[in-house]
Design a protein around this ligand. Structure first.
Ligand code: ADP
Ligand code: MG
Length: 285
């Protein structure tokens, strides 16, 4: 009965804990691992710069990017579609492929378009400059030629600062961030939030093996939580001792895989959940 009280009480405060086991695990929380985009940052990108190359115009770079992103739900895609003001003829999109952790490949009007990160262009053996922008860089190539890049920026959630302060106050020993984004972007976020460590340029499967590694390093009884939001995050959410999903913007797959669901995308609710778990345990004992 006490445990159910805990679960019900937590849902009123905006967290849903899916079982007594996780209440117990939360009381022994040692390490918290966060995804970056959409978890610690708002996941709402804005185009801040377009840099054409090889004779392409800014307008063309944006157009090809928008065509490639037209059918993607990724936050990056939304920002590019917002910045592009022209029309896209959906009938001319002959092929479309979203490669997780890389970006998009599409064929439009007979032209082969790639839009994604450095890894995607390497995979396609497309010669390009190495671009470091103020934010996340999206490279665009048309028929194997580098056409330019778009810089997009995201913001850290104010609540993320609170989350990290409160978790440390509650005795969490280690806080980390795993991201598929570039090292330079990850470094900025990690230092602003004073995280203990971060790992960048990870594919979804790399996130799983990193979390497995971290779990092996835990002292006896100590638990690890992973907090994420994307479809990509479902495997790692499943693997962690306590898998936490953002319920607001989060994908259905992530929410379903999660042991703890944060209803309003505020990462500090994980600290709330730890508080609830400890309180509930006191009542039971
Ligand atoms: P995160 O781990 O930060 O949540 P993802 O795993 O969703 O990020 O994506 C990792 C990286 O893959 C992005 O930073 C981006 O460089 C690239 N990427 C993924 N999807 C897209 C897309 N639709 N368009 C362009 N780039 C993408
Ligand atoms: Mg994400």
């Amino acid at each position: 009965l006490g445990y159910f009280g805990g679960i019900g009480g937590s849902s009123k405060s905006g967290v849903l804990i899916k079982g007594a086991n996780y209440l117990e695990a939360l009381t022994n929380l040692h390490t918290v691992v966060f995804d970056k985009t959409g978890t610690l940052t708002k996941g709402v990108f804005r185009v801040t710069d377009v840099k054409p190359s090889n004779g392409f115009t800014k307008q063309e770079v944006l157009k090809y990017a928008a065509i490639a992103e037209a059918n993607s739900n990724h936050p990056i895609a939304k920002s590019i579609l917002e910045a592009y003001e022209g029309n896209i003829d959906q009938d001319k999109i002959e092929k479309y492929e979203e490669i997780s952790g890389h970006g998009i490949k599409a064929v439009y009007d007979g032209k082969e378009i790639s839009a994604g990160n450095d890894r995607l262009l390497h995979r396609e053996s497309i010669v390009h400059e190495n671009c470091v922008g103020e934010g996340t860089v999206v490279y665009i190539a048309v028929d194997g030629t580098f056409a330019g890049y778009i810089t997009i920026a995201d913001e850290i959630k104010e609540d993320a600062v609170k989350a990290l302060t409160e978790l440390k106050k509650l005795g969490v020993k280690r806080t980390l961030m795993l991201t598929g984004d570039d090292h330079s972007v990850a470094k900025k976020v990690a230092s602003k939030l004073s995280l203990d460590a971060f790992f960048a340029n990870l594919l979804p499967e790399d996130k799983v093996s990193k979390v497995e590694e971290l779990m092996k390093e835990l002292p006896a009884k100590a638990k690890l939580a992973f907090v994420g939001d994307g479809i990509n995050d479902a495997p790692v959410i499943t693997r962690a001792d306590v898998g936490v999903a953002m319920g607001g913007l989060g994908s259905d797959a992530a929410i379903e895989a999660a042991d703890v669901v944060i209803m309003d995308d505020a990462p500090s609710k994980l600290a709330t959940a730890v508080g609830v778990a400890r309180h509930t345990r006191k009542i039971i004992i």
